[in-house]
Design a protein around this ligand. Structure first.
Ligand SMILES: NCc1[nH]cc(CCC(=O)O)c1CC(=O)O
Length: 307
């Protein structure tokens, strides 16, 4: 127990909250820790929509490098920001118990626009496509930056609202009184989950961190990321997925969605299976979409998003 576990994190308030949470849990188990904040390119380049940066993993790459070069022992991420393929040598060490998975719309007190014309803001292709699918007459403006920056930009602009992950706002006490739970919107794969990654040969650290793993969160995020991985092949597309375990009948309920950028085309899938079928659920759900028109849409999306 002598080694101090160095915890790499982005330096946003949310990322630091998440790293501190992992740090405290490790301290409670008797491990010594040290937080090492690292700036990531995703935080520095604020003027371009995320998808124009053309790669997934822009938030996690800097921390991967810090870990491979030995500056940190583990990294704490919002799991939805982590590409489905981890770099060589880096492994998933723990998925912490998942928080609120939903997206929510923060508004300014007046929700009449939901029944007419409105403008909302989001930088996420997934949120934009689902919003336009439901509200085809609305406008969607681009909104980038960390949670605090985005909340400030909402105040500074005359948009009717902006979409956030509930988990992010709740963690840093930024959830305002004026919001609507978007329970119809399918969240990002692994939304609301925190992931700890480590080096695959670092047994001391892997044993320590494994004690933070929540098996139900590990399984549901595995299913959602398998769905994403089977559909995407490396590009950022409007894809949502949510798996839920039902303890009453020992089943898994899965919903997945793939849309065109303008939200006009939508492929949805919903499945309930016994728990012992978890391993391939995401794969089969994605295959079903691909075989029923999703493959052509994915090809189109790859062309549109290629930069
Ligand atoms: N893309 C940024 C990001 N990455 C993780 C969270 C919040 C925590 C989570 O969703 O797990 C957020 C903020 C948001 O989407 O509003």
């Amino acid at each position: 127990m002598s080694k101090t576990i160095k915890i790499g994190t982005r330096d946003s308030e949310l990322a630091l909250w998440q790293a501190n949470t992992v740090s405290k849990k490790l301290n409670d188990l008797g491990y010594k820790t040290e937080i090492v904040p690292v700036k990531s390119d995703g935080d520095i380049i604020l003027d371009k929509p995320l998808y124009e940066l053309g790669i997934t993993g822009i938030f996690t790459k800097t921390l991967d490098v810090a870990m491979i070069s030995g500056k940190v022992d583990i990294a704490v991420h919002s799991m939805k920001d982590v590409p489905t393929a981890l770099p060589q040598g880096i492994v998933q060490a723990a998925v912490l118990q998942r928080a609120n998975v939903l997206d929510l719309l923060v508004h300014k007190g007046d929700t009449d626009f939901l029944n007419s014309n409105g403008t909302i803001a989001t930088g996420s292709l997934r949120r934009k496509a689902q919003w336009l699918n439901k509200y085809p007459t609305h406008k969607v403006e681009d909104l980038r930056g960390n949670v605090n920056t985005r909340m400030q930009k909402l105040k500074d602009n005359n948009w009717n609202g902006a979409i956030f992950a509930a988990a992010g706002l709740e963690r840093i006490n930024l959830k305002p009184s004026e919001f609507i739970n978007l329970d119809w919107m399918i969240p990002a794969p692994a939304q609301g989950a925190m992931l700890v990654v480590a080096m695959e040969n670092d047994n001391f650290v892997l044993d320590a961190v494994a004690q933070l793993n929540d098996i139900e969160s590990e399984i549901t995020t595995y299913i959602e990321r398998q769905f994403l991985r089977t559909l995407e092949g490396g590009c950022t597309a409007p894809i949502g997925a949510i798996a839920k375990y039902n303890e009453h009948d020992d089943t898994l309920h899965f919903k997945g969605i793939l849309l065109s950028l303008d939200g006009k085309q939508k492929f949805e899938i919903e499945k309930t299976v016994p728990i012992n079928e978890w391993k391939k659920l995401g794969f089969y759900a994605a295959k079903e979409i691909l075989e029923n028109g999703g493959e052509a849409l994915m090809k189109e999306l790859k062309e549109q998003l290629k930069k």
